[in-house]
Each structure stands twice: as structure tokens, then as C-alpha cells.
Design a protein around this ligand. Sequence first.
Ligand code: IVH
Length: 661
Amino acid sequence: MDKKAAKNKIEEYKKLIEESDKLYYEQDKPLIQDSSYDHAFRELKKLEQQYPDLITPDSPTQRVGGKPLKEFKTVIHKKPLLSLDNAMNMEELEEFDQRVRKGLSKDKIEYVCELKMDGLAVSLIYKKGRLQIGSTRGDGRTGEDITQNLKTVRSIPHELKKSEDLEARGEVYLPYDDFVKLNQQRDDAGEARFANPRNAAAGSLRQLDPKVTATRPLDIFLYYGETGKKLKTHLEVLEHLKGLGLKINPQIKLCHGLEDVKKYVKHWETVREKLPYEIDGIVVKVNDLSDQEKLGTTARAPRWAIAFKYPPMQATTIIEDIQVQVGRTGAITPVAHLKPVHLAGVTVKRATLHNEDEIKRKGIKVGDHVVVQRAGEVIPEVVKVVKDKRSGKEKDFHMPKKCPVCHEELFRPEGEAVTRCINAACPAQVIGRLIHYCSREAMDIEHVGPAVVEQLVENKLIKNVADLYDLTTQDLEELERFAAKSAQNVIDSISGSKDRPHDRLLYALGIRMVGRTVAATIAQHYDSLEELFDVKADDLTKIEGIGPKVAASVERFFAEKGNQRLIERLKKAGVKVKTAKAKGPQPLKGKTFVFTGGMEKMTRPEAEELVRNLGGHPSSTVSKKTDYVVAGTDPGSKYEKAKKLGVQCLTEAQFLSLIKR
Ligand code: IVH
């Protein structure tokens, strides 16, 4: 279909869907059958995918909420979930205060100010203290029954602290950090990114499969309650909800009169980006419940509340150039170099374009006028192109074929959105790879944490993981903050990593998609890393638990000559690249041991080796997952921590008797 025909078709589908939605809500009877509705929706989506620049913000595919998916049951809200009137500036806020004062014939009003969470409104109905129904707001009168999904939100109690009947309403949201992580996962899977945390929260809650919702770390703040109790103020209601175990936002504040409210509004406008979640304004509510009743509501919104809306952290500027950056994991990110623009207090010069697909989807070209947005501490991103401002001179962007840092060939795995540099020796990836290599889960090099890695790389002492083993105490003593003792600790802990089992080394190399479990599985079938140099994906997929994507990634990594050289150097340095199959009984299988303090009968590395040979796992940090802490003479903070966490502590003698020595 050509673009013109597609445009007409898109309009046709949009109209059909919108009319159907309207009738569905207003008269509860569908205009067309569900199957035709779904067909129209799918066709519309397909066309929009084909011609992304024909997507409009009002398209039903872009709307959050909308028609309940046919598989969700409909819930009729007992009392409608109202919307809020907006105040866009201080004058409109003053007008609201005047209306309230006039309506109540009072001089000064007590208000409660709350953050306006940007998420998805939900209602929770509890009967005798048990969560019965959880639903979306929908159109305010009818919503979708998403009880099973809401039950996966960890901060929503299935049971209240008291057996009460109650309806609580609030906003489900996804914190920024989790939003960023979720989009990274979607990149890896070649799926479209969520545009913002709100869409991600809504998309996660409206999953037909609650198992999917459960993997998304959603959270909730409740801001309204019908309790059936004789409470006098909104604040008392919130306190009551809190007492029952429901989560209330900690920033809520009681304000005496308009001036207090204005202070709160101004304060959060400047610090809102420091919050770990997105807010789009402040909600101001009359505190006294009988006053609320006096003021009443319109069909749309209460007269006793208003939303002060903050301007979006967005601005328009021009993309002067697009260049690619190599991340610590080799991910290639196209970055827009912008004509500097002021945005929420800072000058923005660069914005991420995420990946090739996103550039295509948004139709971005060099020279385009674009809308950029900052959200929290997240790096600015390009939201969309202002197509009206095109001159025709804009240029398409093409992903480079070679890594801009190491000049090796770039690679985009099938089904993924991210292009990568897979050369482990690429300087751009060095720090990230080194940190991973030294981490507890990997080679467990206790004294080489992220700060030390950065210091070593900056001082040009190491470029890759093999260089670690060439370090000397003299090298380190010349560095800032290093004394003889700390230098020796670093060298000892690096040396101690040489005999980690080879599955740990396999994991530590930081091969894409090779986590601890995959590494352990592969290591069970290949005794030595050198055997993997010419491994073929087809052979790997024969192993239970190794899929084609993982297999391809492993084949690619070991086929790289640079990576083979790295492993050979590690071997020369004395790092074990092979582990003989475990012989004898494995009585410590799955158990984690931490040693602290001095031992009499053996050295610590010897004790650790013993644990390893008996199937256990020695570690250097104490956590709840630690099974035993063996405390020798003068045990330090690890012993204290173990006691605090209730981890079982053994003396050296008890340890030896445990392993029957
Ligand atoms: S009060 C009758 N309080 O904003 C009370 N709403 O624009 C109506 N929202 O649909 C809601 N944070 O999803 C209220 N602290 C807060 C809120 C809040 C976010 C959302 C809510 C509502 C929308 C109205």
C-alpha cells in the first residue's frame, strides 16, 4: 500500500475504533464485534509500523487505557474515579483558592499538598481486610479488572492489618531506574521501547499474563480512601490507610493557606528531577472532609481539589550531528549533538537516540528540529521530530560499519535492537569489563572494586583483564591513596583469583547473555576454555538450557582472535582456564563459605580451595545468602555482620569437623 492509501486507511480505522470505544463506554454496547475491533486495531498498528511518521498522539494505539482488552472483565466503579481540574500557573492556583474560600465562606483554607504521580490510577477494594478487586480507572465509570496483576505489585497488601471494608485509590508507577532497565531489556529483545515510565507502568499492568506483570518492579502510592469510618480530614484518611499497611507518599504536607501551598509548589518544581519517580505536578486538596462535601464535584472533577501542572521538561532544538558512542558493554548508542538548549535549569547539548530502530521509528534525520526531554536523572532523549520545520536538506543517519574506538567490525545480533562492538580489547569497554571481571560473582577480587579499576585504567597500568596479573606492588605504591599494605592486599587478592573454577572465568569474561547459570552449564560440558575456541553454535544448542541466541553469542566471542589471545595470556599468568571434573564426594554442594580472621591449620586460599573441591563456594562478602562464616583469630567486621544477619558462624575446629578433617 502506498503512503497516501495508508493514510486514508489509518484515518478509517482510527474513526471506527474511536466510535466503538465511545459507544462501548457510554452505552456499554459495542458498535462492532470484538473480533472486528481487534482486526481494525491490528491493521492500524501494522500500517503505523510501516509508516511511523503517520502516527499521531491521538491514535488509539498510542492511548493509555482505552477499551478494556476483551480478556479483562469490566468493573463498574461504585463511585466514579474523577479527574482533576488543572492550574497551569500561579494565577490559576489563586483563582482556585478564591473559589474555595468563597464556596466555604472562609478566609484561610487548610490544604493537603501531594505529589502528582505520573502513573496509572487504580482502585483497590478490600472486603473484611482482603483484597477483592483491583481495577483500572478506565473511563472513570468502568474500568478493567486487573486484580491478578495488581496482586503482583509488592507494595499492595493482599491482606490489611485489620479486617475492614474499604476502597483505596492511588497511582501505580514504575521508578525511573527500573524504567531504564526495562527499556534496555527491550532493546536486547528487539522490542520497541516504552516512551516514558507511565506508558511502561500502564503496559505492565494491562498485561494479560500476570507473570509478565510480576517481572516489572511496579510500586504504588495511595491518595484517596472510602473507609466507612467517621474521619474528619483527608489527612486522617491517609493516616488510616497507612495504619492498615497501605503505602502513602512520604512528601505529603499539610498547608495552612495559599502561601504555604505556593511554597510547596515552587519547592518541588526545582527538585522534582531528584525524585526516583516521575511527577507531573502537585495535587492540592481541601483537607476538611465536610468542606469537601460542601464544595461537591462537577461531572468531571471535584471542586475541592486542583492539579498544579508543571511544564514538561521538554524543549525544541536542532540536531547538528549524530555520532555513535561505545558503552561499557560494547553497546553502540547513536547520540544527537544538539544546538545547545536550556531545559529545566541545565544546558542540554546531547541527547540519546537509543538505537537504529528508534531513529527509524521516530523518523529522525540530521538537521531536524526535534523535541528533547529530560526525565529525572535520566540522560536527555529526543522525543520526536517537528516535521513542519523541515527544509528538505535534512540527512539520513547510517549506522557505521566499524567501531569508532577500536575500528573492529560492528555487529547487530539478529532480533536485537542494539549494534555492538564485540572486541573485548576495545578500550571503550575496558573499565566495564574489568569491573565485571573483579566482581564478587565473577573472579571475586576483593580489593579491586570499581574505584580501584578506574584508577588503574586512568594511570594506564591496565587495559584488559590479563594486565591485572602483571601488576606489582611497586606499580601500585606510586599511585595516590596506596600504602604498602593496601598495595599488597590488591596483589594478593588478584593472585588469589588464579584458581577460581573455570565456570567463574567463563562468566567473568563478560560474554553477552552468559550469566552465572549459563556459564556453569557450558563449563560442565567443556572442561577447558580453550576447547571453546572453535566451538560452533550448533554444538552448544545441544546442551540443555542453551538457546540459539546464547550459543551464537558464545561462538562469536571465542571465534574472535583478540579474545583467544586474552585467554592465552590469562593461562600464562597462571589463571586456571580448565577445571578437572570434580572427583570424590561433594558434601558442601551449593553452600557458601566466608572466611575471616587468621587460621591455624591452613592458609585462607587453602581453606577456600578445600571448600571448592568439596563442591562449596568460597566468597569474600557476607550476605543473607552466606551459609557459613568461619571465624579465625581476630575476626573483623565480617563476623559482626554474620551475627547481625543470623548467619551460622564456625570456629576453625568446627569447620574442620564439618568437613571431617
Ligand atoms: S486525586 C477525586 N491525588 O491524576 C480525586 N490524583 O489528573 C482525584 N494523580 O486520575 C484524584 N497523583 O491518576 C489525586 N496525589 C494524587 C495524584 C492523582 C496522581 C492522578 C490520578 C488522576 C489524575 C487526574
